[in-house]
Design a protein around this ligand. Sequence first.
Ligand code: MYA
Ligand code: JJ1
Length: 388
Amino acid sequence: RHKFWETQPVGQFGDVADVSLPDGAIEPPTPLSEVRADPYPLPAAFEWFTCDLDDDALLADLYALLAHNYVEDDENMFRFNYSSAFLRWALRPPSFFRAWHIGVRAKESKKLVAFISGVPARIRARDDVVRMAEINFLCVHKKLRSKRLAPVLIREVTRRVHLENIWQAAYTAGVVLPTPITTCRYWHRSLNPKKLIDVGFSRLGPRMTMSRTVRLYKLPDAPLTPGFRQMELRDVAAVTRLLRAYLARYVVAPDFDELDVEHWLLPQEDVVDSYLVESPETHEVTDFCSFYTLPSSVLNNANYSTLKAAYSYYNVAVKTPLQQLMNDALIVAKQKNYDVFNALDVMENEGFLKELKFGPGDGQLHYYLYNYRIRNGIKPSELGLVLL
Ligand code: MYA
Ligand code: JJ1
C-alpha cells in the first residue's frame, strides 16, 4: 500500500489496535557517527541545492515554484500562494538551520524543480517536551510527479535533521498517510461574500439572494472590545506568559519562549497579525488573538486572480469571551480587506465557529508526528499546534 511510509518510524495502520505500544519515541536515536554522511542519490539530471533565503533571486525562484506547483483544493480551483515575505518568516525562526532549506535543481538549466524544508521547534506531547523539526513546503514540480522524488526529499531532510541530533518531526498534510494523530476540518467565515461566490469559493445558500447574503455577513467597522489593539514588541513578555499558560492545557502544543513569541507573533504586514486586549484600568494584557496571511491564486477566473485569506493562529481568551475576541479579529480582518477568515477546529475553536457564521469547508488537515507515538491519537480540541 505505502511502499515508502511502511519503511518509516511512524504509526503503521496495522498497529492501531495494539494498546501495548507505549507513548513516545518509536525507535531510539542512532549514534551520530552512524548517520549517513552524504546526500541521498537523485536521478542523474538533478542536484541538491541548499537554499539561501537571504538571496532575493533564490527566494523569487522558491516563491514561483510554490505559486505554480504547491497545494490545490480537490477541484483545482485554488492554489496556495505564500508570499516571499511569508516564506522568509516561516523558514527563519530562532536557531533555524540553513541546511534544512533543501532544493532540487535541474543540473543543466539550474531551474528549481523541488523543495522541502524543516525548522526547529520544541513541541510538548503530554508532559514530554521534545526537540522536533517542523516539516513543510514539500513540493515537486507538476512535470516531475509520480516518479518517487518525494521519498528522496523526505529521506534527505530526515538525514539533515538527524545530523543536528534531532529525531522527531511534526507535519501536516491534506492526504491520509500512516498515521494521523488527529484530523481537523477547515472552517470558513465569509468577509467578502460577493467575491467568494463570484470565484466559486462559496455558493449562494438556498432561498438566499446576494443582498441578503451580504447583509448576513456584515460586520461593525471597528473592534468592539475596549483596549483591543495591535501587539507590539513591548508586549512580548506578557503575551508569552498568556500563551504558555494557555497552551499547557493541550496534549500536543509548542513550547514557546519569548524569542519564539517575538518571531512567530509580532505583527509583520501581510504575514502575521496579532492583537491583544489591554485592560483600560489596570493596563494588564488579558487576551490575545492572531492570524496569518495566506492568499490563494484563483485558477481560471476572468475577474479575479487572488483571494486574500486570513488563517486563525493562536488565540487566548482569559477575560474577554473567546467569541467576542474572535469577532474583533473578524472585524479587523474585514477592515484590512481580507476576503475570508479560515480556522481549523483545533483548541477551543468549536466554541465560536458556528456562532460567528463560519461554515465547514471541503478540506481536511491531517496532523502527523514522525518517530513519536501517541496511542489512540487525540481529538482536534486536544491539539494546541498550528502549522503554517
Ligand atoms: S504537505 C504539502 C505537500 N505538498 C503538496 O501537496 C504540493 C503539491 N503536490 C506535490 O508537490 C507532490 O504531489 C508531492 C508528492 C511532493 C506532495 N507528505 O514523488 P512521489 C508520499 C508525505 O511519486 P508525488 C507538507 O509539505 C506518497 O504517500 N508523503 O509523489 C508536509 C508516496 O509514498 P507511499 C507524501 O506526487 C510534508 C510517495 O510520497 C505526501 O510526485 C511532510 C509518492 O512519491 C505528503 N504530502 O510527490 C513530509 N504526498 O508509496 C514528511 C505524497 O509510501 C515529513 N506522499 O504511499 C516526515 C518527517 C521528516 C523529518 C524527520 C526528522 C526526524
Ligand atoms: O478552501 C477550501 N475549500 C473551499 C473552497 C472549495 C472549492 C471547491 N473545492 C470551501 N469553500 C466553502 C466555503 C463556504 C463559505 C460560507 C459558509 C460555508 C462554507 O470549502 C479547502 C479547505 O476547506 N482548502 C483546501 O482544500 C486546500 C488544501 C487543504 C489541505 C492543506 C494541506 C496543507 C499542507 C500543509 O503543509
